[in-house]
Write a protein that binds this ligand. Structure first.
Ligand code: NAI
Ligand code: MG
Length: 501
């Protein structure tokens, strides 16, 4: 291209930009199709390799939070169903899984991983329909990461002696695993893959609002030919989870969810000898220094809190900005928020999808009201929300202080509080002054600041110049009321093994 023609192209681009003001751009709808998915009108419990009716004869509905339409009827497992599932898992442990050569177990895990990849599109669409998260996230994050967790732990299955040199790792037995609604398939993969790789069998209890992908996974596991009873799925509410926690023949409980339920579980199993890992809430600090690349940091802030509607335990829900750049960062952040598309989760342009349940939306709205009562200044964009379904505008609270409840408590929605700071000491003190300690973010040009902060922030994960990045090879877990135990990586094997003395 000649210099002459390049100049004229630049001019044209400029002219076009001028005539279309940035925030009035509308994307044409780009909905993902649902032709290729199969959701049955009714799902039973997956026990001993078969789909079986619940002894309770009770079913509950799972809906699509973006339009409140019912997707399917789901079996409600009672204590006797949980007992049946635990017995099936115990039998499979004793008769097949524990005895099987480790490399054979690995082959099954590889097979599950590959089948998830093959059906990635179907899993992504069902995840979005059932939970409300944007299709872009379930397609690009949840499902590929779930497959990668199975691949990663498949690799460990026959290499455990290398993971624990000079020790003899042995499985624990039957693992009861209870998962939440924010990353349904991914949490199932985080729980099931390391348990199976180490020779344990599993009873999984998905969340009541998002059971579909776990049940699809059960179908896939059946197809992969896993020995009967190695993985069992019992659907239901809190009482189903409690029946699993209190079952005498469960050797280990792995739980991800709210801090109150985590505390309940810890009390319930005290003195029983059951092992436990808890991954609970969070209230992460995302810290921006004045030497940070500001535009990237603004993207990181947006990704940190508005990603998945803020339904993320490690969400960067407390923003700390160095005082001298606060006005620039806030202006850029507000400008970016205006471009976020809130709406139909099935549309590929959507940034912020539906809130998972009416109860969760009520909780978020309560905190938005509370923030205003506490005297913080609220900022929301003026874009309209869809008429139907459960939606919430991305929300910013300025002028907040450490003692505000919106700063101290987990909201689990697209709500960000902003505080400013002057010195490193001050921001470390403020960031750590919280009951939680799951994650944090640091944005700076200086490596030394990153090392200093990552050592002194009481958080299980500290991201530097990025946010909300996951990899099966890196461990994840919390401090303080965010729980204990690690999932992912080599560390994620520990909670599922014991050693000969
Ligand atoms: P929850 O902790 O009640 O639910 C998580 C899972 O635990 C679900 O499968 C549920 O059926 C099960 N469960 C509930 N009560 C139980 C019990 N007594 N024994 C055993 N299992 C039980 O979370 P919920 O009510 O859905 O959300 C409430 C709040 O929890 C959210 O607003 C959010 O702040 C937090 N949360 C945190 C999550 C995280 O990833 N850390 C995930 C989900 C919620
Ligand atoms: Mg649902």
């Amino acid at each position: 291209m000649s210099i002459q023609s390049k100049k004229s192209t630049d001019k044209k681009v400029k002219a076009t930009k001028k005539s279309i003001p940035a925030f009035e751009w509308k994307y044409a709808p780009a909905p993902e199709s649902t032709d290729h998915i199969d959701i049955k009108p009714q799902y039973e419990l997956f026990i001993g390799g078969k789909f079986v009716k619940p002894a309770t004869s009770e079913y509950f509905e799972t809906t699509n939070p973006a339009n409140n339409k019912v997707l399917s009827s789901i079996a409600k497992a009672g204590a006797s169903d949980v007992d049946k599932a635990v017995k099936a898992a115990r039998k499979a442990y004793a008769q097949s899984w524990q005895k099987m050569p480790a490399r054979e177990r690995g082959k099954y895990l590889y097979r599950i991983a590959r089948l998830i990849q093959e059906r990635a599109r179907e899993f992504a669409v069902i995840e979005t329909l059932d939970g409300g998260k944007p299709i872009r996230e379930s397609r690009d994050i949840d499902i590929p990461l779930a497959a990668n967790h199975f691949f990663y732990y498949a690799g460990w299955a026959d290499k455990l002696p290398y993971a624990f040199p000079n020790r003899k790792p042995m499985p624990l037995g039957v693992a009861g695993q209870i998962i939440p609604w924010n990353f349904p398939l991914l949490m199932a993969a985080w729980k099931i893959a390391p348990a199976l790789a180490t020779g344990n069998t599993v009873v999984l209890k998905p969340a009541e609002t998002t059971p579909l992908t776990a049940l699809k996974l059960a179908e896939l596991i059946q197809e992969a030919g896993l020995p009967e009873g190695v993985v069992n799925v019992v659907t239901g509410f809190g009482d189903t989870g409690a029946a699993l926690v209190n079952h005498a023949s469960v050797d280990k409980i792995a739980f991800t969810g709210s801090t109150p339920v985590g505390k309940y579980i810890q009390k319930a199993i005290a003195g029983t000898g059951k092992k436990v890992t808890l991954e609970l809430g969070g209230k992460a600090a995302n810290i921006i220094f004045d030497d940070a690349p500001i535009d990237q940091a603004v993207e990181g802030i947006v990704n940190g809190i508005f990603f998945n509607q803020g339904h993320v335990c490690c969400a960067g829900s407390r923003l700390f900005v160095q005082e001298n750049i606060a006005s620039t960062v806030i202006a850029k952040l507000k400008r970016r928020m205006k471009t976020l598309v809130v709406g139909d989760p099935m549309d590929k342009n959507t940034d912020i999808g539906a809130i998972n349940s009416a109860a969760q939306l009520k909780k978020i709205q309560h905190y938005i009201q509370l923030g205003q009562q506490e005297g913080a200044e609220i900022y929301q964009t003026d874009q309209a929300l869809p008429d139907k379904g459960l939606f919430c505008k991305p929300t910013l609270f300025l002028g907040t202080s450490q003692s505000h409840r919106i700063v101290q408590e987990e909201i689990f929605g697209p709500v960000l509080t902003i505080q400013t700071f002057r010195t490193i000491e001050e921001v470390i003190e403020k960031a750590n002054n919280i009951p939680y300690g799951l994650s944090a973010g640091v944005w700076t040009d200086k490596g030394s600041k990153i090392f200093n902060l990552s050592n002194r922030l009481r958080a299980g994960v500290v991201w530097a110049n990025t946010y909300n990045k996951f990899d099966p090879a890196s461990p994840f877990g919390g401090y303080k009321e965010s729980g204990f135990g690690r999932e992912g990586g080599l560390h994620g094997l520990y909670p599922y093994v014991q050693f000969e003395h």
